[in-house]
Design a binder for this molecule. Structure first.
Ligand code: NDP
Length: 491
């Protein structure tokens, strides 16, 4: 035990212990006895210190030219790229996803960091004609102030990087509260920004429990904006407690793939396997509902079962592993509960449904069919490797089914009928729709986020990511040399 490292909080440019004097472990979900490190149980006092540091740092950082802020981000992107392999391996050890996916996660962090570095040379407002003579009108972007960023564990670098880089380039100071399941990855990301030369106090990281460290951040009066990604119930609570500040929420999903009778079934099969079982089903964009036209249902079920049977469970660092473990015991038990619930509700289990006899928090890739649209397994976010097939008679029923949930994050349709594809784009209630591709795979220069109970007040990536972390100021410059009254002096 003594050789296991103690990691610290990052406050005002220093690595410090928590005022709580307590730590918590982060382990490897494929080998839960393997502890990666102990992390500080940050508390209210730590958050208050971080806010003081951020408040001071904001004065300088907000006045630093945005292209200069961008040049620090560019160095960070380069450091991330140089260490991509190591960072990805550590990520797989901390949260279990297979190595190729961890590399993708780090690559996304690199991409957003580069993209936001470039935004430092734009951060555009608008110029627009004034209604009066000799008067100039424009908008400029201002930082918001101190932003509290609260992130989940399932994309432990990409999601923190989406938020941190966007907030920093806009000139905000940041307090970052990562998930308690992935503090190791979070620490690596923060160390990278420290090495890139970020001035002290501009970025602070407080690890620790959501209901103490996280909630103090949410309620703090000096925090001007909270950006949260995580579970719907946590988001709802944060919205209630945040008071008068900007709140961006990115929450759960129950994403569907429609497979029409004219679809390329081999292509759809790849999409369902990748969308449903990639990252062990633990993506907000995971395809957990497959809405299949009844004419091809039997054939597609057989194809799917054959592929699911061949998926190899194991440690994500092993090259032949297809599906890694779930993040922790609670998640494993949740999948087991839903597998039982599916059977109790009358869905037909085609394959899987059990915890395998393996160390680690594994769960068999599971497939149900003949699911009714209102079954709980077809309505609720499971966040595990459980996919439900829902048969439908026609296109209209498919659209009604895909929309029949409280969430609205991602969606997909496989069809070769261009009219149906376009109709689906306009009728599916979701922040993302993919045509002839799975429900996942966002690109950082396009906005990412959901509607309905998935998302409130936020899109990440692209210019919309900048919108989340900047205020718009309207500026009028009157060079007429006389009082000109808008709406009154009309000539
Ligand atoms: P949680 O909501 O459990 O946790 C997310 C973060 O919130 C963690 O840092 C957590 O801290 C913190 N937190 C928990 N309670 C509070 C509180 N009372 N006040 C402030 N902060 C709190 O989500 P998970 O980490 O389990 O992530 C999975 C969820 O995230 C899924 O629902 C998934 O769909 C969603 N998600 C959504 C995405 C999107 O873009 N729409 C993307 C990725 C995931 P701690 O870890 O210490 O509990």
């Amino acid at each position: 035990m003594s050789s296991i490292k103690n990691f610290k909080l990052y406050i005002n440019g220093e690595w410090v212990e928590s005022a709580s004097g307590e730590t918590f472990p982060s382990d490897n979900p494929a080998k839960p006895k393997q502890i990666l490190g102990f992390f500080q149980k940050g508390n209210k006092e730590d958050i208050n210190k971080a806010v003081d540091a951020a408040e001071k740092a904001f004065q300088q950082w907000s006045q630093t030219p945005a292209p200069k802020r961008g040049s620090i981000l560019l160095i960070a992107a380069q450091l991330l790229r140089e260490n991509k392999e190591t960072l990805a391996r550590e990520m797989t050890m901390e949260m279990g996803k297979v190595l190729a996916e961890s590399k993708g996660d780090v690559q996304e962090a690199i991409d957003i960091t580069e993209y936001m570095a470039g935004e430092g040379r734009r951060l555009s407002g608008n110029t627009t004609p004034s209604e009066l003579r000799k008067k100039f009108a424009m908008t400029i972007r201002m930082p918001i102030g101190i932003c509290g960023l609260i992130t989940p564990w399932n994309f432990p670098m990409a999601i923190p990087a989406w938020k941190i880089m966007s907030a920093l380039i806009c000139g905000n100071a940041v307090i970052f509260k990562p998930s308690s399941d992935t503090p190791f990855c979070a620490t690596r990301l923060v160390k990278t920004l420290e090495r890139a030369g970020l001035p002290r106090g501009v970025l602070n990281m407080v690890t620790g429990p959501g209901d103490t460290a996280g909630m103090t951040l949410v309620r703090h009066r000096k925090i001007r904006a909270i950006s949260f990604t995580g579970h719907k119930d946590t988001g709802a609570y944060i919205l209630k407690e945040a008071g008068l500040k900007r709140v961006g929420l990115e929450m759960g999903g129950k994403n569907g793939i429609i497979i029409m009778d004219d679809a390329n079934l081999d292509l759809a099969l790849d999409g369902v396997i990748w969308g449903g079982y990639g990252t062990t089903g633990q993506r907000c964009t995971a395809a957990s509902r497959v809405i299949v036209h009844e004419k091809i249902k039997q054939k597609f079920e057989t194809m799917l079962v054959n592929r699911v049977r061949r998926l190899k469970l194991g440690d994500g660092l092993k090259p032949d592993t297809d599906v890694g473990p779930l993040i922790n015991k609670t998640a494993q038990e949740k999948s087991a509960r839903y597998a039982q619930l599916g059977k109790d509700e009358g869905a037909r289990l085609l394959i899987g449904g059990k915890k395998p006899k393996m160390d680690g928090f594994f769960f068999e890739p599971t497939l149900f069919t003949d699911c009714a649209v209102d079954m709980r397994i077809a309505q609720e976010e499971i966040f595990g490797p459980i996919v439900s097939i829902i048969p439908v008679k026609n296109f209209n029923e498919a659209i009604e089914t895909i929309n029949s949930i409280e969430y609205g994050l991602s969606s997909a349709i496989y069809t070769n009928d261009v009219s149906k594809a376009f109709e689906a784009i306009t009728r599916i209630e979701a922040g993302l729709t993919y045509i002839n591709s799975s429900t996942i795979g966002s690109e950082v220069h396009l906005p990412f986020g959901g509607i309905k109970n998935t998302g409130i007040g936020a899109r990440e990536g692209g210019i919309e990511g900048i919108n989340e972390f900047s205020e718009i100021k309207t500026v009028y410059i009157d060079y007429s040399g006389k009082l000109q009254r808008a709406q009154i002096d009309l000539d």
